[in-house]
Design a protein around this ligand. Structure first.
Ligand SMILES: Cc1ncc(COP(=O)(O)O)c(C=O)c1O
Length: 429
C-alpha cells in the first residue's frame, strides 16, 4: 500500500468510515500509528517531561466518562489506534475468513513477532505469540519431566498462574515445592537474592519467579538470581505479567531462560494475547502445551500451534508495540519512574497514607500499594469508586490492607493529585 493510501486508511479509521476496502496491505508498522494530528501535536510539544506531552498520549485512550483508571495491573486499556487497528483486522478476517486465517497474514504475524523481539532486545527466534501469562507458565511447568523429590523454588508472592501448574506436579508426581518468604520492604536487591540463594539445594531444578509481584508491586532481581542459578545448573522461569511494557526491558541482559507475559496489561494489546520468550539454548527443554499440526517444527513456532486462533488480536499486539514505539520505550521508561517519584513524594507528606512498596527504582516501578490508615481496604476501594470514580485494586493478602495503584502512561500528574486528594479525604472523614 502506498503511504498515501495508508494515511487515508488511518484517517478513515479515525472518522469511523469502514476501512475494509483500504485494508489489504496494511502492515503492522502502519497499523497503530498515531493519528497524524496527534503526532503533529507531540512533535510540537517536543518535551516528554511536560505534562502537555502526556496529556496528549492520554487523549489516545478512552475510558468510561470520568473514570480514573488506576487499575492497569489488573487489565490494561488499548489506545484508540490499537483498537481501530484490531477492529480493522477483524473486519478483514470476516470479509474473507479462510484466506486470512490460513496463511494470508503469515508475514504480518512474523512482523508482529519481530516487533515484539525488538522491543525486548532479543531474536524473533526466541519469541512465541501465545494467549497470556497463565498459558506461558503452564507451558514451562508442563514441559519438565521432574522426578519425585526434585525441587522447584517458588516464593510466597507468586501468582496462582505460576504456582498452580507446579502444585499439580507436586500432587501427582511428588516433586517438592520450596516456598521461601520474601520481605515486603527489602532494604536492597541483595536481601531478595539471599532469599533465593538460601532456598536452593542440590535437588533444585527450576526457580520460578515474578519479575514484578502483583501483590505489592515489588520488583524481583531476576538478573542476579539468574546468574546465581545458572552457576548451579538451575533454570529460571519468569512471570513477566506485571513488567512487560511497563519500562525498558532487555530480556537477553536479564538472563532468565523463560519469560511469559500477558500483553493485555502494560503493552495495551487486545485481550487474550501474550508474549513468550525462551532463550535459544533453553528451548530444548520446552514441549508444546497443545499438540497440533506444526508441533514438530524446529523453531519456537512449535509452541504456538493452535490451528484456528485469534489472529486479529495477535496482529493487534503488533499494533500495540507500534504504538509504544511511536512514543518510544525510553520515554515510557522515564515517565514510569517520574510518575512513581511524584506519587510517592505526595503520599509521603500524608501521615495516614502508608506506602507498602519498596522505594528504590531497582525494587519497584509503576505499581505502588498504599494503606489508608483507619480504613479496611475493601471499604476504601468502594468509597473510591462510588464517590470519586477511581478504580484500583484492593490487596488484603500478606497483611497489606492496601490499595494497589497502577501508574500507566495514560495517568497524568493531575490524575495523581486527584487520587491523593481522594485518599486524604478518606482518611480524614
Ligand atoms: C503476576 C501475574 N501473573 C500472572 C497473571 C495472570 O495473567 P493472565 O490472566 O493474563 O494469564 C497476573 C494477572 O494479574 C499477574 O498479575
Amino acid at each position: 500500500m502506498k503511504s498515501n493510501s495508508r494515511r487515508k486508511f488511518l484517517r478513515s479509521l479515525s472518522t469511523g468510515v469502514s476501512a475494509s476496502i483500504l485494508l489489504p496491505g496494511l502492515t503492522i508498522a502502519d497499523s497503530a500509528g498515531f493519528f497524524e494530528d496527534t503526532l503533529h501535536k507531540l512533535n510540537k510539544i517536543a518535551d516528554p517531561r511536560s505534562e502537555a506531552y502526556w496529556e496528549t498520549i492520554k487523549s489516545q485512550f478512552e475510558f468510561t466518562d470520568g473514570l480514573k483508571y488506576f487499575n492497569n495491573a489488573s487489565l490494561g486499556g488499548s489506545s484508540i489506534p490499537i483498537r481501530n487497528a484490531t477492529r480493522a483486522y477483524r473486519d478483514t478476517l470476516d470479509a474473507f475468513p479462510s484466506k486470512y486465517m490460513w496463511g494470508g497474514w503469515k508475514d504480518e504475524k512474523e512482523e508482529t513477532r519481530e516487533a515484539v523481539a525488538r522491543l525486548f532486545s532479543v531474536s524473533s527466534e526466541e519469541i512465541a505469540l501465545i494467549h497470556n501469562t497463565t498459558e506461558g507458565m503452564n507451558l514451562i511447568a508442563r514441559s519438565f519431566d521432574l522426578e519425585p523429590g526434585d525441587e522447584v523454588v517458588l516464593a510466597d508472592h507468586e501468582h496462582s498462574s505460576g504456582r498452580i501448574p507446579w502444585e499439580v506436579w507436586q500432587e501427582t508426581k511428588g516433586i517438592h515445592l520450596v516456598r521461601p518468604t520474601l520481605p515486603i520492604l527489602p532494604k536492597d536487591v541483595n536481601d531478595l537474592v539471599k532469599v533465593y540463594e538460601d532456598a536452593i539445594t542440590p535437588r533444585t531444578k527450576v526457580i520460578s519467579m515474578c519479575h514484578i509481584v502483583n501483590t505489592n508491586g515489588m520488583m524481583l532481581p531476576v538478573k542476579e538470581v539468574s546468574e546465581m542459578a545458572h552457576e548451579r545448573g538451575i533454570l529460571v522461569a519468569v512471570d513477566g505479567a506485571q513488567s512487560a511494557g511497563m519500562y525498558k526491558i532487555d530480556l537477553n541482559d536479564l538472563g532468565c531462560d523463560f519469560y511469559a507475559a500477558s500483553s493485555h496489561k502494560w503493552l495495551f494489546s487486545p485481550k487474550g494475547v501474550g508474549v513468550f520468550y525462551a532463550r535459544q539454548e533453553s528451548q530444548k527443554h520446552l514441549r508444546p502445551l497443545i499438540v497440533a499440526r506444526g508441533h514438530r517444527d524446529d523453531s519456537i513456532r512449535r509452541l504456538e500451534n493452535y490451528n484456528t486462533r485469534n489472529l486479529p488480536e495477535v496482529l493487534g499486539l503488533g499494533a500495540a508495540v507500534n504504538f509504544i514505539n511511536e512514543i518510544g520505550i525510553d520515554k515510557i521508561h522515564d515517565r514510569t519512574f517520574d510518575l512513581k517519584a511524584y506519587f510517592r513524594e505526595k503520599i509521603n507528606t500524608h501521615p495516614k497514607l502508608i506506602l507498602k512498596t519498596p522505594a528504590s527504582d531497582q525494587l519497584s516501578g509503576a505499581i505502588q500499594v498504599v494503606e489508608v490508615q483507619g480504613r479496611g481496604v475493601a471499604e476504601a476501594k468502594n468509597i473510591l469508586i462510588e464517590d470519586y470514580n477511581i478504580d484500583c485494586r484492593p490487596m488484603s493478602g500478606f497483611d497489606l490492607n492496601a490499595l494497589r495503584i497502577s501508574l500507566a502512561i495514560y495517568i497524568t500528574k493531575s490524575d495523581i493529585d486527584y487520587l491523593i486528594n481522594a485518599l486524604s479525604e478518606i482518611t480524614d472523614s
